[in-house]
Design a protein around this ligand. Structure first.
Ligand code: GLY
Length: 372
């Protein structure tokens, strides 16, 4: 990294610390999701099973790693205990247990060695493994009638299976993760490097049936957050398994993503949507930046610059245009989008945008964190 970029990273890290010193007090033990009029909501009051409920404790752990300030650890640990209500609800659980417990209990165990946290992570991993469809070799998404649905996002859940195999010294979990990753590689990534959001398999025979639009603009379009889940998800699978095809898959989607973001570097919500209305998704940029940094860490020297420069360009552009460092707003990153067709969820600050933005900055600072 150039000296100029190193200075920039430190400047941003100072701004993050200043902001979180305040917002960690204001928000406290809660599950923030979307910010409206400068204040985050709290899913603890409305949906304790919501898939994003691990990101605030995750931010607290990131801040603890970066600062070693006890207050962040305490808040993270208190939220982790709250999440036990969710873990015990069972019926409310879904494929996103990876997102929820990797950034809470598993992060806690990795940092503190707390045995209770380890058990929480193991329960979440066992639950995720139980959603594996043996015929189709995929982990099913959501609950309800669509037993054949799998989604690209789930590439970010399977790291909890790699972690469980490691701590239990038992490859069962890893086998399931790799089968799911192989199925995803084969059925989700299109020849041009873009990805499908939802693939439907026949849940009895395991045969591929169809693809569905999901959170993007239309069937066959290119939901940018889906692309970024693929970039980060496949490089993580490579890191955990060293299977070359996963690195190649991550690079293929990354190369496509870098082409699509063009000179502005801030992704639209969908790369194949009409130019108007303008619907950005900074969360996709932050997630992709994390994945691109990890690709840069895992390719030969002569390739590193392509991916590291792309990550830095994305983060810098988003910071310049869309970070709010004022006291009027609790979130850092504005202009995230939940889903293209969710009119109220467009161009809003979303908690996982902040989570991945902070994670990317810490990676660039050399804080060796990999919660996934
Ligand atoms: N995992 C759901 C989303 O990306 O919105």
């Amino acid at each position: 990294m150039t000296n100029q970029n190193k200075v920039w990273v430190e400047e941003i890290w100072c701004k993050i610390q200043k902001k979180l010193t305040r917002t960690s007090q204001e928000i406290g033990v809660a599950y923030p999701h979307v910010s409206t009029d400068g204040k985050f909501d709290d899913m603890m009051k409305s949906d304790i099973c919501w898939w994003t409920n691990g990101f605030w404790p995750g931010i607290m752990w990131l801040m603890y790693v970066g600062t070693k300030e006890e207050k962040y650890k305490t808040t993270a640990e208190n939220i982790e205990k709250e999440l036990d209500k969710t873990l015990c609800s069972y019926e409310g659980l879904h494929h996103d247990v990876g997102f929820m417990w990797l950034t809470s209990a598993v992060a806690s165990y990795r940092i503190t060695g707390n045995k209770e946290s380890k058990v929480r992570g193991e329960i979440a991993a066992s639950f995720l493994a139980s959603r594996y469809n043996i015929k189709g070799k995929y982990i099913r998404a959501w609950n309800g009638d669509n037993k054949g649905w799998a989604i690209i996002d789930c590439m970010m859940n399977i790291p909890i299976l790699y972690w469980a195999s490691e701590v239990q010294n038992d490859d069962r979990f890893k086998f399931i993760a790799m089968q799911h990753a192989d199925t995803t590689m084969k059925n989700f990534i299109r020849p041009d490097g873009s990805v499908n959001h939802i693939v439907d398999f026949d849940h009895e025979t395991g045969e591929f049936v169809n693809t569905f639009r999901g959170q993007g603009y239309e069937l066959g379009s290119s939901w940018s957050r889906g692309q970024s889940w693929a970039i980060y998800g496949f490089i993580l699978s490579y890191i955990h398994t060293q299977k070359q095809e996963y690195l190649d898959a991550s690079k293929r989607v990354a190369n496509y993503f870098i082409t699509c973001i063009g000179g502005n570097y801030v992704p639209d919500c969908d790369f194949r949507a009409p130019s108007q209305p303008i619907i950005k998704d900074t969360t996709a940029g932050a997630i992709a930046a994390c994945g691109l940094i990890e690709i840069a860490n895992n390719v030969p020297e002569y390739e590193k610059k392509i991916y590291l420069d792309a990550a830095i360009n994305i983060l810098k552009s988003m910071e310049k245009e869309y970070c709010d460092w004022t006291t009027d707003e609790q979130a850092i990153l504005t202009m995230g989008t939940k889903s293209y067709h969710d009119i109220n969820g467009r161009n809003v600050p979303i908690i996982y945008g902040d989570y991945y933005f902070i994670e990317a900055i810490l990676k660039l600072r050399g804080n060796n964190i990999l919660f996934w």
